[in-house]
Design a protein around this ligand. Sequence first.
Ligand SMILES: Cc1cc2nc3c(=O)[nH]c(=O)nc-3n(C[C@H](O)[C@H](O)[C@H](O)COP(=O)(O)OP(=O)(O)OC[C@H]3O[C@@H](n4cnc5c(N)ncnc54)[C@H](O)[C@@H]3O)c2cc1C
Length: 379
Amino acid sequence: MSASYDVAVLGAGIVGAACAFECARAGMTVAILERDTVASGATGAAMGHIVVMDDSPAQFALTTYSQSLWSTLAPELLASVEYHRPGTIWIAADEEEMAEVRRKFDAFTAKKIPCEILDSQALAEAEPNLAHLLIGGLLVESDAVLHPHRAAEHLVSEAGKLGAQLITGQPATSAMHGLVTLTNGDSVQAGTIINAAGSLSPSLTPGIPVKKRKGHLILTDRYPGYIHHQLVELGYLKSAHASTSDSVAFNIQPRLSGHLLIGSSRQYGAEHPEVDQPILDAMMDRATLYMPGLRSLTALRSWTGFRAATPDKLPLIGPTEDPTIYLATGHEGLGITTSLGTARLLADHLLRRPSAIPIDPYLPSRLTTTRTPALQEAP
Ligand SMILES: Cc1cc2nc3c(=O)[nH]c(=O)nc-3n(C[C@H](O)[C@H](O)[C@H](O)COP(=O)(O)OP(=O)(O)OC[C@H]3O[C@@H](n4cnc5c(N)ncnc54)[C@H](O)[C@@H]3O)c2cc1C
């Protein structure tokens, strides 16, 4: 069987779902080709923190832009997506981290992102269950939280209302020159193929610099009001930057349902999906340094997922040497946040519309030796 579309999206994680929605909304015919089920990859394993991060100007631009797109979309999201805006508190444990609080405050304030420096007393009042020896933090009010799996389902469903076809349970085995082949022998033709297969994207576009980076999370029983904000230690930035060793950092999220989600870990070279007990133990040890009462809460389950990491910690968004293949991958720990910005940038590029932020820092050509067609050559 063979069918033809303007766009074939490979992968129905949050990034593929957002790309399908954006392309369908722009009037293109769209097929979403998913090897398993919607959100069965990293998206289903993620925390759903919609967070502004400023490790680099390009990351700052994409996370800020994407967060504003989530905020615009929020009134249309189903209640089941559990979008809410508790804000983030970046927690400082020592003077070095307090200096980082002040640097972030200046950077965020310059971009008109509402935030506030908390001293130790204000931090304790905002979050009484935190350890008392912490010296302060930065409250970023605009950061949000959502249920990533349901957000992806919502976007796929909205794309479906606009005519997009979802084909699940069939891995794509190859994608090139406008043709996608599925394991059952069916094929799909498309003028544009968007590889949004997350950590598995190199299997469909060989040679792209994307590596698996494993993460663990723990879900607790319902404890409404136990925390009020997403709480992240500033040491998280060191953990996210470590490029060789395994690392853990304190990161806890209040779900609207009252559940708490405790993270997080980062591992390269661990390709098995099973939970690694020593990593889980290290995560809990770290978490209880910051919040000693966590040990007395009931954990319901833990799981793992694979982030798609690139060498420069920025996603790959845009054309490749094959003029029919576009990438929307490599979002590492920020793909829930940056999915909407990614999709909008890609749709703008395909339709030759002006973009709110430049796509250039995310173009795959920066990391690949293959020639990327000039922007004006886009179909
Ligand atoms: C523990 C953890 C916590 C995280 N927390 C956050 C957070 O709080 N905030 C945030 O912004 N990000 C977070 N992330 C990162 C985020 O989950 C990812 O960046 C994001 O989900 C990537 O989405 P994706 O659609 O690119 O990939 P995926 O969700 O992995 O989707 C790729 C899809 O492609 C499909 N696929 C693969 N191969 C094929 C094939 N051959 N044919 C067809 N389909 C295929 C897969 O089945 C999968 O459904 C977290 C990640 C982890 C692991």
